[in-house]
Design a protein around this ligand. Structure first.
Ligand SMILES: Nc1ncnc2c1ncn2[C@@H]1O[C@H](COP(=O)(O)OP(=O)(O)OP(=O)(O)O)[C@@H](O)[C@H]1O
Length: 573
C-alpha cells in the first residue's frame, strides 16, 4: 500500500473481520468487503499502513462520532490498529457516483443531477451543522446505499475533513492570507482552496463544479487532460479555472447551475450558505421539467438508472450513449450482435464486406454468421437473394454475409482473426466501463475463452489493448492528488495513480518471455489470499510487457493459467 512492495500488505483477517475482496483503493489505503463470522455482519473495512505518510484513517476516525446518525453518513462499526494496520469498519455501501457516471458513458441526466444536487446540499448542510468541512467533494466520494437505501447518497472519505468551528472556543476558524499547501482534489476544488484556508463556501463550490461536470459534454475543461502530474500542470488547471467564466462553463444548461456557481463564488469566508434556498431552486427546476410525484411534490431520491425519457442530454452525448448501450448488458459475455456490428464496421481486405457500393449479388459463396440458431434457415434464403433486396433481408434477419468470390475467398483463419479482433474490442470497451472486480473477472474469463477459441494464440493489438484497459481499471483512477509537501520524495508531484505506473515503468522487464510468464503464474498462485488491485495491475502489466517483448507474441499454457488466476483473484476465490 503505497510502498511499491510486490507482496500483499493486507492480511486475510483484521480483528474479527475477514477480508473478502477489494472494493476500491486510494492513495493511502484500500477498502475491502469484510465479514464478521461472530455476528454475521457484512461491512466495508478501510485499511491503511499504520505508518503511512498520509495517515488519513487516523484523521477520519475523529470525525465519525460527530457525524453518526446523520442521513447519508455511514455508521462506523469498529476502528483501531491491528498489527501494522490502521482500520475503520463502516457500512458497506454501493457504487460511487463516479462509477455510475462512467458506466453511463460519462454522462448524467438532468433529473438525476437535480437529485444529486439536493441530496449533497443536505449532506453538506448536516456536516457543516456539526462544525465539519468535507474538503474533498468529488464523484468518487459520493456513494449510493444498498438495498432499501439504494436511492440515498452517502458521503464517504473524511480523510481530508477539517473542523471549521473550534471545539474549544466554538468560534469559526480565522481566515488567513498566508499561502498554504493545497489539500483536496484538483478537479472540483474552488479556486480559493488552491491557496487559502477553506470554509463552507468551498465545499459548496466544489459541489457546483461537480454538478456542472456531469452535465456538460466531456466534463469540465480542466479535467480533460487527466490528473496534473507536476506544478506546471497544476498551474494550468488553476489558470483554466480562473479563466473560464461561469457563463462559458454553463452554456446550454438550465440557468440554476450558473447561478449556483456564481452564488458560491460570491460567498465570503465566514458566510453560512443558504442551503434551503438552493435545494428549493433545484426543486423548482424539477417542477419546471415535470419531474414530480403524483401529488405534485419533488422527490430527491436518486432513481438509478434513469428512465430513458428522462435522459435530457445533448444530442452529441445521446448519440455517444446510444452507441455504447448495446454492450451495456449485464455480465461480461460478449454479445454476438455486438461482434457482428463490429465486424460490419470493418472492411476486410478486397472489400469482402458487402457495402452499398458493392452489392453482394455476384457472390458464388457466402460465410454466414448467425445471431442465433433460429436464423439459420434464413441464411439459406439469403444466399439466393439479389442485390439490395438481399441487403434488406440481411438487415431484417440480423445476418451478416461476408461474401467471397473464387479468387479472393477469405480463409477461415482470416475470418477467425476478424471475429477475435471484434470480440477483443468489445471486451476492451466493457473493461473501460467496469468498476467492480466481479465484472472484470468475467471479462478476463471471456478474454481467455476468445484467445483459446482461436487457433492462433497470437497477441493482436486488440489483445494488448484489453490488458492495458484491465490494468488501468485495477489501478482505480482517482482525481485526488497528494499535496506536494506530503508526497514521498520519489513520487513528489505525481498523482496517486500515476505513482504506481511510474514504478511499473522503472522496473526492468525480465526476459525471456517463457520464464517471466511462468514466474508470474507461480507468484500469483502462491500469493497470499488477499491481493490488492494495484498489485494485480502490476502483474498484468508485466505479463503484457513480457509477451510484447517476445518474438512470437503468443500466449502459452502458463499464460492462460496466469489469466485464469487473475480472474479467480478478482472473483475473490
Ligand atoms: N463503505 C464503502 N462501501 C463500498 N465501497 C466503498 C466504501 N467506501 C469506499 N468505497 C469504494 O472505495 C473507493 C475509495 O474510497 P475512499 O475514497 O474512502 O478511499 P481513500 O483511500 O480515502 O481514497 P482517496 O485516496 O481517493 O481519497 C470509493 O470511491 C468507493 O468506490
Amino acid at each position: 500500500m503505497g510502498n511499491g512492495d510486490e507482496r500483499v500488505r493486507v492480511p486475510a483477517r483484521i480483528d474479527n473481520w475477514i477480508l473478502e475482496y477489494n472494493l476500491g483503493s486510494g492513495y493511502s489505503g484500500s477498502i475491502w468487503r469484510a465479514h464478521n463470522p461472530f455476528t454475521n455482519q457484512i461491512a466495508a473495512i478501510k485499511v491503511q499502513d499504520v505508518d503511512h505518510e498520509c495517515p488519513t484513517n487516523r484523521y477520519e476516525r475523529n470525525f465519525y462520532p460527530s457525524l453518526q446518525g446523520g442521513l447519508g453518513m455511514p455508521t462506523l462499526w469498529a476502528s483501531g490498529v491491528h498489527g501494522e494496520y490502521d482500520y475503520l469498519v463502516i457500512d458497506l455501501l454501493g457504487p460511487s457516483l463516479d462509477n455510475l457516471y462512467r458506466k453511463n458513458g460519462k454522462s448524467m441526466d438532468l433529473r438525476s443531477t437535480i437529485c444529486i444536487a439536493m441530496q449533497v446540499i443536505s449532506r453538506l448542510e448536516f456536516m457543516h451543522s456539526r462544525g465539519i468541512l468535507h474538503r474533498d467533494i468529488q464523484l468518487g466520494n459520493c456513494v449510493i446505499g444498498r438495498g432499501k437505501n439504494e436511492r440515498l447518497i452517502y458521503m464517504i472519505d473524511f480523510g481530508f475533513s477539517k473542523r471549521y468551528i473550534d471545539p474549544h472556543t466554538r468560534k469559526h476558524i480565522p481566515d488567513s492570507r498566508v499561502k498554504r499547501d493545497f489539500i483536496g482534489n484538483y478537479w472540483f476544488s474552488s479556486v480559493n482552496v488552491h491557496c487559502r484556508v477553506p470554509s463552507r463556501r468551498d465545499d459548496m463550490e466544489a459541489l457546483a463544479l461537480m454538478l456542472i461536470h456531469v452535465m456538460i459534454d466531456d466534463g469540465l475543461p480542466w479535467t480533460r487532460n487527466g490528473i496534473p502530474k507536476n506544478n506546471k500542470q497544476q498551474d494550468v488547471i488553476i489558470r483554466q479555472k480562473l479563466g473560464t467564466s461561469p457563463d462559458e462553463l454553463c452554456r446550454g444548461l438550465p440557468p440554476v447551475f450558473e447561478e449556483f456557481l456564481r452564488y458560491c463564488r460570491r460567498l465570503r469566508f465566514f458566510d453560512r450558505p443558504n442551503y434551503r434556498q438552493w435545494k428549493e431552486r433545484f426543486a423548482d427546476l424539477a417542477r419546471e421539467k415535470g419531474y414530480v410525484e403524483s401529488d405534485g411534490g419533488v422527490n430527491d431520491e436518486l432513481a438509478w438508472p434513469p428512465k430513458p425519457e428522462e435522459m435530457l442530454i445533448s444530442p452529441k452525448r445521446r448519440a455517444r450513449t446510444a452507441k455504447r448501450s448495446p454492450s451495456q448488458k449485464a455480465g461480461g459475455e460478449v454479445a454476438i450482435e455486438d461482434i457482428l456490428a463490429e465486424i460490419a464496421k470493418m472492411r476486410l481486405d478486397n472489400n469482402r464486406i458487402p457495402t452499398k457500393e458493392k452489392p453482394i449479388a455476384d457472390t458464388s459463396r457466402s460465410y454466414t454468421l448467425e445471431k442465433d440458431k433460429a436464423s439459420k434457415s434464413k441464411s439459406g434464403a439469403a444466399r439466393g437473394t439479389e442485390g439490395s433486396d438481399k441487403s434488406k433481408q440481411l438487415a431484417q434477419t440480423n445476418i451478416i454475409v461476408i461474401s467471397s468470390d473464387d479468387e479472393s475467398e477469405p480463409s477461415s483463419r482470416q475470418l477467425g482473426r476478424t471475429i477475435k479482433q471484434a470480440a477483443m474490442r468489445q471486451l476492451t470497451r466493457k473493461a473501460r466501463r467496469a468498476y467492480e472486480n466481479a465484472e472484470l473477472a468475467q471479462l478476463v474469463r471471456e478474454f481467455v475463452k476468445t484467445m483459446q477459441a482461436n487457433r492462433s494464440k497470437f497477441f493482436t493489438k486488440e489483445a494488448f489493448d484489453f490488458l492495458s484497459a484491465l490494468g488501468k481499471q485495477l489501478e482505480n483512477p482517482s482525481v485526488f492528488v497528494l499535496p506536494d509537501s506530503q508526497a514521498p520524495a520519489g513520487d513528489r508531484n505525481l498523482a496517486a495513480t500515476n505513482g504506481s505506473q511510474k514504478r511499473l515503468r522503472q522496473r526492468p522487464l525480465p526476459t525471456p518471455k517463457v520464464e517471466t510468464v511462468k514466474d508470474l503464474r507461480l507468484r500469483l498462485q502462491n500469493a497470499p489470499f488477499v491481493l490488492e488491485n494495484a498489485q494485480l495491475a502490476k502483474m498484468i502489466a508485466d505479463f503484457s510487457a513480457a509477451i510484447r517483448a517476445s518474438s512470437g507474441k503468443t500466449i502459452n499454457n502458463d499464460g492462460f493459467v496466469f489469466l485464469d488466476s487473475v480472474a479467480a483473484r478478482l472473483e475473490g476465490s
